[in-house]
Ligand binder design. Structure first.
Ligand code: SF4
Ligand code: SF4
Length: 430
């Protein structure tokens, strides 16, 4: 197989195709600390793209309650088990050397889904990607284990056994997921029809419906299980990144054609989501652009981390990890950058605190931000997760966000302004 460079693993890796990169890449940051599991994002996607016959079980956006929930059920545990079986004891990170651009989290010394597949020759011959096809039962319950913390003892629907594992006693978190529009997609690498492609203008990964023959190799090969089969058309479908909105084709919201965030992003009630486009250099690295909010969060502050980077697809979805969850679990899920990310988030510096205000400030994609300094308004003692004490200085700075056309579209202050309603108005209001 050809070799490509994966910056999230800090090393070259095998991939079925030669390295090629888009000019811009669809990317997003989800702040897990704020997700309330309301599923508004899920329904925004459903009512836009997957409300037709044959799409009943398709949830391109889903929110699962970890550690036990998953859609399809056990998707991540099953893949981790397959990788471990292919490389027993070898799925480890070497964090002795990190380097800002090429190796920010150290080096992954284990095997990816493209490398671990060599030992697995199925009845159809050699495969290009290590994966599995979920069963029908595993696709049946998109929010299994949501709100079932106690279950009904001894009754049908008693899930209490599985939520009282000693290692997972008193915590959970909501993990919102969509297709990661990966740099090296497993779905694309697995498709024998070459029906899947990555758009050069924005890195969105699409399935050409006229080429697809429904072999479901993409369903097997996507480690995140975000390619799904539609029995009414005998083809596979997946998240399309709301590409008409990314192209600025929504006249009502963007009459001048500035790119808009996807529907699931725009609808987020918990304000956990920030989507963007990052500029990609010729060698596939993110072109240096510290005033781009996504670049700032992922590459400058490293407060947001990729989901299961060890799978090897270089996913373009990044998560601010939840502070209350055991670290071993988080490191398995987000790699060795977890401690650093949580320290950053627990006591954000002045610039980071301002950029965090941009989440859900606008539906236009923000390409650049600028901060106008304000007065100091507070000093707050903070106990860091490491046990260290710190004092956080809070300044009432103003952050301004600009769209692709350079227009100001967002203006937020650190202190939320309050307004007093004049009493002569709203006389019936209490
Ligand atoms: S998340 Fe899955 S479906 Fe989406 S691009 Fe990556 S491998 Fe393909
Ligand atoms: S809309 Fe936002 S807060 Fe609600 S479940 Fe989705 S990601 Fe979480």
């Amino acid at each position: 197989m050809p070799k490509v460079f994966n910056w999230q693993l800090g090393r070259p890796m095998e991939y079925p195709y030669e390295e090629r990169h888009p000019q811009w890449q669809f990317a997003f940051v989800f702040n897990i600390n704020r997700c309330i599991g309301c599923q508004t994002c899920t329904m925004a996607c459903k009512s836009t793209w997957t409300f037709s016959k044959g799409q009943e079980y398709m949830w391109w956006n889903n929110v699962e309650s970890k550690p036990h929930g998953g859609y399809p059920q056990h998707w991540d545990a099953k893949l981790l088990a397959l990788l471990e079986a292919a490389n027993p004891g070898g799925q480890v990170w070497n964090v002795s050397q990190t380097n800002g651009d090429r190796r920010p989290y150290g080096t992954f010394e284990g095997k990816t889904i493209f490398e671990a597949v060599a030992q697995r020759v199925g009845p159809e011959g050699a495969q290009t990607v290590l994966g599995y096809l979920p069963t029908d039962a595993e696709w049946r319950h998109p929010n299994i284990h949501e709100d079932t913390a106690t279950g009904r003892k001894g009754q049908p629907g008693d899930y209490s056994g599985s939520v009282s594992l000693p290692a997972h006693r008193v915590w959970f978190f909501h993990l919102a997921r969509i297709c990661n529009h990966c740099t090296y997609p497993g779905c694309l690498g697995a498709c024998p029809r070459q029906a899947i492609y990555k758009r050069p203008e924005d890195g969105i990964v699409l399935i050409d419906q006229s080429r697809c023959r429904g072999y479901r190799k993409c369903v097997e090969g996507c480690p995140y299980k975000k390619a799904m089969y539609r029995p009414t058309t005998h083809t596979s479908e997946k998240c399309v990144g709301c590409f008409p909105r990314i192209e600025g084709k929504d006249d009502a919201l963007s009459p001048k054609g500035a790119p808009l965030e996807a529907r699931c992003m725009s609808a987020c009630v918990g304000k956990i989501r920030l989507q963007g486009l990052v500029k990609i250099a010729d060698d596939g690295a993110w072109a240096k652009d510290p005033q781009n909010p996504l670049y700032f969060l992922v590459r400058e502050r490293q407060v947001a981390l990729p989901l299961y980077p060890q799978f090897g697809t270089e996913p373009n979805g990044f998560y601010i990890p939840p502070r209350w969850v055991p670290r071993d679990y988080l490191i398995q899920m987000f790699g060795p950058g977890v401690e650093h990310a949580i320290e950053q988030y627990s006591c954000p510096d002045r610039e980071l605190l301002a950029v965090l205000q941009l989440f859900r400030a606008q539906r236009h994609i923000l390409f650049r931000f600028e901060i106008k300094p304000g007065k100091k308004v507070a000093e707050i003692p903070v106990r860091m997760p490491s046990g260290k004490e710190k004092v956080q200085e809070i300044f009432n700075d103003t952050i301004i966000g600009y769209n692709k056309l350079g227009e100001e579209v967002a203006r937020m202050t650190i202190e939320e302004p309050t307004f007093e309603r004049p009493k002569e108005m709203h006389v019936n209001s209490i």
